[in-house]
Write a protein that binds this ligand. Structure first.
Ligand SMILES: [Zn+2]
Length: 428
């Protein structure tokens, strides 16, 4: 199944004595309040016993979610779909989204404290992904379910305008804060969800579910509503956080537990997402492991082969867990290396100080040497002077002829004086 042989990865995934994601104070308080609501039954939860594919053979792969909350994960051994269990009961979802979701996820008390719920350019990207499959129609009706603060629709509309395409955009939201933001931005926003839109009637050229599909509980029911809302040749864009893309997203730190969150009822990879959509009557036009996908309603879509998806996902999680351990070890090694370097640097500093001291000592010594040299030089100069005086006196003495006795005596006296001076100098 896997080539790295890291059997303990299941135990690591099943850890429950930690809070994988760092939370700010707002989020932490909301987490505690949410736990209280779960414990006293104000927010109801339910267990999942079988997969959407009908299989009851589910394996537990996590006990907690990214907030350390008791929402585990199950994987279907037949199709590889990952499900959250226990999960928040459908009846409790509207209250949950209005009260807990945003603060817990983003740490801000109000939606307008943050720029966009999803990263910027999401709307531009979605338009570009849909573009190859759009007809020549210069007018597009677009519905986004879970429109957040309306960023995706605004960007989508602006990107389409570059091609001369006019977009009529509609969005739905549960969050009253988000609705207010959309209205202020001039977006046609409806309080509600797919049900609300089905009741309203009408069909759209494009339906966008950006980070929404994984929040649905009953996928088959939601897909049949989606079908009612899309025109026969319309397009469905679905994006979810890809299960086999965790390793490419820095904020997950190769940690499956930083990825899972109680608000996501399902976690898909490319195979499980396209398989579910095929069952719901949609053919896949394009899809990747980031779990960005474009679908079209279809009478008889080709069945997606999921037979090796379970083992593919388990192998992926094994590698991911191995990478996480490797990364942690790397960080620890790095701090050891850093400390060693610090020690070595301190040694170099001490050594440098010592060198400086030595150099100063040498400079002082050099000064003394120079002084001694100068003294010697001066002394030598005087020596030379005395010696030449002596030589001169001797010369004079021997040059003076014997005929001049007086002259001889004078030079002899002179010679004696010079000798006396010399004697006095050297022998005291
Ligand atoms: Zn299944």
């Amino acid at each position: 199944m896997s080539d790295i042989n890291f059997p303990q990865f299941r135990n690591i995934l099943l850890e429950k004595d930690r809070i994988p994601r760092k939370l700010n104070e707002n989020a932490e308080q909301q987490r505690l309040l949410f736990l209280e609501y779960i414990k006293n039954g104000k927010i109801k939860t339910e267990e999942v016993n079988s997969c959407q594919c009908g299989c009851g053979e589910l394996e537990k792969i996590a006990e907690i979610d990214r907030f350390g909350l008791p929402f585990g994960s199950l994987i279907c051994k037949r199709c590889g779909l990952v499900m959250t269990s226990p999960r928040i009961a459908s009846s409790a979802l509207p209250e949950y989204y209005d009260k807990f979701y945003h603060v817990l996820n983003y740490g801000h008390l109000h939606v307008h404290d943050q720029q966009a719920l999803f990263r910027l350019w999401q709307g531009n990207k979605i338009y570009r992904m849909l573009k190859p499959y759009l007809t020549d129609n210069k007018e597009l009706s677009v519905l986004e379910v879970g429109a957040g603060t309306g960023n995706v629709l605004k960007e989508f509309t602006a990107e389409a305008a570059k091609d001369g395409v006019t977009v009529t955009a509609t969005g739905t939201e549960y969050s009253t804060d988000c609705i207010e933001e959309c209205r202020m931005a001039g977006i046609n926003i409806v309080y509600g969800d797919l049900d609300t839109m089905v009741v309203q009637g009408g069909t759209y050229d494009v339906l966008i579910l950006s980070h929404v599909f994984e929040h649905f509980t009953d996928l088959k029911a939601e897909m049949s509503k989606i079908k009612k809302l899309i025109k026969p040749h319309g397009l469905l864009y679905i994006e979810v956080p890809g299960l086999c893309n965790i390793g490419n997203i820095a904020t997950y730190n190769f940690d499956f537990l930083e990825y899972v969150i109680h608000a996501h009822m399902y976690n898909f990879n490319r195979t499980s997402l396209t398989a579910i959509l095929a069952e719901g009557g949609f053919e896949t036009l394009t899809a990747n492991e980031k779990a960005e996908a474009v679908f079209r309603p279809c009478e008889n879509p080709a069945v997606v082969d999921t037979s090796v998806n379970y083992s593919d996902i388990m192998a992926y999680l094994e590698k991911l867990t191995f990478s996480r351990g490797f990364l942690k070890e790397g960080i620890e090694n790095f701090s050891t290396i850093r400390n060693n370097l610090k020690d070595e640097l301190a040694t170099v500093h001490r050594w440098h100080d010592h060198e400086k001291e030595e150099a100063e000592k040498f400079a002082r010594w050099n000064e003394a040497e120079k002084e001694r040299g100068d003294t010697a030089r001066r002394w030598h100069e005087q020596e030379k002077k005395v010696a030449s005086e002596l030589m001169h006196a001797l010369d004079e003495h021997f040059k003076t002829p014997y005929t001049s006795v007086r002259g001889k005596i004078d030079t002899y006296r002179n010679l004696r004086e010079v000798f006396a001076k010399y004697y006095k100098r050297y022998f005291g």
